[in-house]
Design a protein around this ligand. Structure first.
Ligand code: PAN
Ligand code: ZN
Length: 188
């Protein structure tokens, strides 16, 4: 059935969602560059929430759209800002739209050829993620970074390619500011 939800554009909260995911530092060990820094934090007894996803998940079939809000906490692992795992869509011809709601961040995009793009996201900014581009979002600010997304419900998420190869670029803090640098561990 058709339905409506409210998206609070100040608090970035949805009045309704049917799937909530909480992703903690321990879930992201393979994705951050500085694994020793991850381990130090975990051994110190801390396992912070890095991001949460509030999803309106539809049947996983062609024609449907999933939409929701992702909230990334502020923080860093070593010098690398808190971020999402990032993924290619399993159905590579599917695309996505992001809309910035709160805070400051960037979206890192990458093709399998190694071509990369990096676009800032802030309140009101709409990003188009074309087919075949992997995407990861990164919180470069001091507060929460939240955005709305919508994508084909049957797209699927290929996290394994990113787990194995990483992104060609890292977004790190240098001298108090975000900087996009080459990832020495990237496997082309
Ligand atoms: C988003 C992402 C969400 C979390 O809904 O799934 O921001 O990021 P990861 O899936 O990379 O952990 C999206 O791009 N869906 O396709
Ligand atoms: Zn996606």
């Amino acid at each position: 059935m058709p339905y409506a939800v409210l998206l609070d554009l100040v608090t970035a909260s949805l009045s309704y969602f049917n799937k909530k995911s909480i992703v903690r530092l321990s879930d992201l060990r393979d994705f951050f560059f500085d694994k020793a820094a991850v381990d130090r934090t975990l051994l110190g007894g801390q396992n912070p929430i890095v991001y949460e996803v509030y999803d309106n998940s539809q049947p996983q079939s062609e024609g449907h759209l999933n939409f929701g809000v992702t909230v990334i906490s502020p923080g860093k692992v070593g010098s690398e800002y808190f971020m999402t795992r990032g993924h290619y869509h399993t159905k590579e011809h599917t695309s996505e739209v992001y809309l910035g709601i709160e805070g400051e961040g960037v979206i890192l995009l990458q093709r399998r050829s190694g071509k990369v793009a990096c676009l800032p996201i802030m309140k009101g900014r709409v990003i188009y993620v074309p087919p075949s581009w992997a995407h990861r979002t990164i919180n470069t600010g001091d507060g929460k970074f939240s955005f709305f997304y919508v994508y084909s419900a049957d797209a699927g998420h290929d996290y394994e390619s990113i787990r194995k190869s990483g992104f060609a670029k890292l977004v790190v803090e240098k001298g108090g500011k975000p900087e996009v640098v080459d990832n020495p561990n990237f496997i082309a």
